[in-house]
Design a protein around this ligand. Structure first.
Ligand code: ADP
Ligand code: MG
Length: 395
C-alpha cells in the first residue's frame, strides 16, 4: 500500500501553507461556473488548514491557456464562489508569481486566504520549470497537494515545488490514495471491473492490469465492438478500432489463460444514426445488423451485469455503457449506475464521463468513492507511480 503523510501529520500552527487544489471547473460561455463540485470537494482540507492559525495560499489551473493569459480563464469567478462557500473574504491575485504576489503574501494575516492566478498562464507550470517551482515554494513553509486529478502530471505546482518544501497530502488526495490503493493492492474478492466508454485505445494499460487483479471484467460501450469484431462477430457500423483488433484478441486470450471471466454484451440497442431522431431497435444477440450502430447494451446484458455486480465485494466502474449523452441510448448506463449504487460491495467510480453519468442519475452519494481523477485514476490503477504522489512524504 502507498501511505503518505497528510495535513494531520505535520504541525501547521502559525505557518504559511501553499496548497495545490483542482479548481478546474466547467464554465459556460458567459464565464459562469456550471458545476462547483471541485471547489466544494476542497473545502474539508481548506477548513482544516485554516483552523490551525495558518495563512493559506491556494493555487490551481483552469482550462488550457497554454502558457498565455486568457481573460476568460482567470480564477476570479472561482475565488468568488469559494468566498460564498466559506463565508469569508478571499484575495484573488492577478498573477501566480511576481512582485505584486509577493507583496500580497507578505501582508497576509493568520486566517487569510489568497488564490494565485491560473498557473497555466505561465508555460513554466506545465514545463515543470525549477525556477518557477522555487518561486511558488518561496511563498510558504509547507506544501499540500489536494489535486488528485493532476497528480499524473509532473508540473511545477504538482511535482517541482515538492522538492523545496515539506510536502503532504490533503484529505481528498488521501481518500483517493486509500480507495484506489485498495483496488490495486488488496481488493476484497470477488473483485469485478466494468469498463466501457468510447475506445479500447484509451484504456489498454488499465485493461491489461485489471486482468491481473479482477475475477470478472465486464465490457460495455463503444469499445465492446472492437472486442466483438475480434471474436468474429458482425458489428455493422459500430465504432471499431481496426488497428486494435489484434490487441483485443490478445486480451481475450490472456483472460482465457488466467481463467478470468471476460464478458461482452449479449444483446444491444442499435441505431441507424447517432442522434435523438435515430431509428432504434434491440438485437437479441451480440450480432449487429449491417448499416446499424451499437449505441447501448441491451436488457439481457444489463441483467447479466447486474447479477455480477450483486455478487461482487469490490466493484470498479469506468466508462459509460452506451452513448448516454443521448437519452434514447442512456438506459444501460443508467441501470448500471443504479446497480453499482445499490451494491453491497465497495464501489469506486472513476472517469470524467462515468462520474457525469453517476451525477446525472443522482446516485453519487451512494457510491463509496467517486474519483476526482479521470486520467489520474486510470494511471494509478495501471500501477504507475504518479509524480504528484511520489514526491509527497511517506508516512
Ligand atoms: P470516461 O470519461 O468515463 O473514462 P470515456 O471518455 O472513455 O469515459 O468514454 C465516454 C464516451 O464514450 C461518451 O462520450 C460516450 O458517448 C462514448 N460511448 C459510449 N458507448 C459508445 C458507443 N457504443 N459508441 C460510440 N461511443 C460510445
Ligand atoms: Mg471521458
Amino acid at each position: 500500500m502507498i501511505k503518505k503523510k497528510t495535513v494531520r501529520d505535520v504541525d501547521l500552527k502559525g505557518k504559511r501553507i501553499i496548497m495545490r487544489v483542482d479548481f478546474n471547473v466547467p464554465l459556460d460561455k458567459e464565464g459562469n461556473i456550471t458545476d462547483d463540485t471541485r471547489i466544494r470537494a476542497a473545502l474539508p482540507t481548506i477548513k482544516y488548514v485554516l483552523e490551525q492559525d495558518t495563512k493559506l495560499i491556494l493555487m490551481s489551473h483552469l482550462g488550457r491557456p497554454k502558457g498565455q493569459v486568457k481573460e476568460e480563464l482567470r480564477l476570479a469567478p472561482v475565488g468568488k464562489r469559494l468566498q460564498e462557500l466559506l463565508g469569508k473574504d478571499i484575495i484573488v491575485c492577478k498573477d501566480s508569481i511576481g512582485e505584486e504576489v509577493k507583496k500580497i503574501i507578505s501582508g497576509m494575516q493568520s486566517g487569510d486566504i489568497v488564490i494565485l492566478e491560473n498557473l497555466r498562464f505561465h508555460k513554466e507550470e506545465e514545463a515543470n520549470d525549477p525556477e518557477f517551482a522555487k518561486e511558488l515554494a518561496s511563498y510558504a513553509d509547507i506544501y499540500v497537494n489536494d489535486a488528485f486529478g493532476t497528480a499524473h502530471r509532473a508540473h511545477a505546482s504538482t511535482e517541482g515545488i515538492a522538492h523545496y518544501l515539506p510536502a503532504v497530502a490533503g484529505f481528498l488526495m488521501e481518500k483517493e490514495i486509500d480507495f484506489l490503493g485498495k483496488l490495486l493492492y488488496q481488493p476484497a474478492k470477488p473483485y469485478i471491473a466494468i469498463i466501457g466508454g468510447a475506445k479500447v485505445s484509451s484504456k489498454i494499460g488499465v485493461l491489461e492490469k485489471l486482468l491481473e487483479k479482477v475475477d470478472a471484467l465486464l465490457i460495455g460501450g463503444g469499445m465492446s465492438y472492437t472486442f466483438l469484431k475480434a471474436k468474429g462477430f458482425e458489428v455493422g457500423n459500430s465504432l471499431v478500432e481496426t488497428e486494435k483488433i489484434n490487441l483485443a484478441f490478445e486480451l481475450i486470450k490472456k483472460a482465457d489463460e488466467k481463467g478470468i471471466s471476460l464478458q461482452f454484451p449479449v444483446d444491444n440497442l442499435v441505431a441507424d444514426r447517432i442522434g435523438a431522431d435515430a431509428r432504434v431497435k434491440l438485437t437479441d444477440t451480440n450480432v449487429i445488423p449491417k448499416d446499424m450502430i451499437g449505441v447501448d447494451i441491451g436488457p439481457k446484458t444489463i441483467k447479466q451485469y447486474k447479477k455480477e455486480i450483486k455478487k461482487a465485494s469490490t466493484i470498479f466502474w469506468n466508462g459509460p455503457m452506451g452513448i448516454f449523452e443521448i437519452d434514447k441510448f442512456a438506459k444501460g448506463t443508467i441501470q448500471i449506475a443504479k446497480a453499482v449504487a445499490s451494491a453491497k460491495g465497495t464501489t469506486v467510480v472513476g472517469g470524467g464521463d462515468s462520474v457525469a453519468a453517476v451525477n446525472k442519475v443522482g446516485v453519487a452519494d451512494k457510491i463509496d468513492h467517486v474519483s476526482t481523477g479521470g486520467g489520474a485514476s486510470l494511471e494509478f490503477l495501471e500501477g504507475k507511480e504518479l509524480p504528484g504522489i511520489k514526491v509527497l512524504e511517506d508516512a
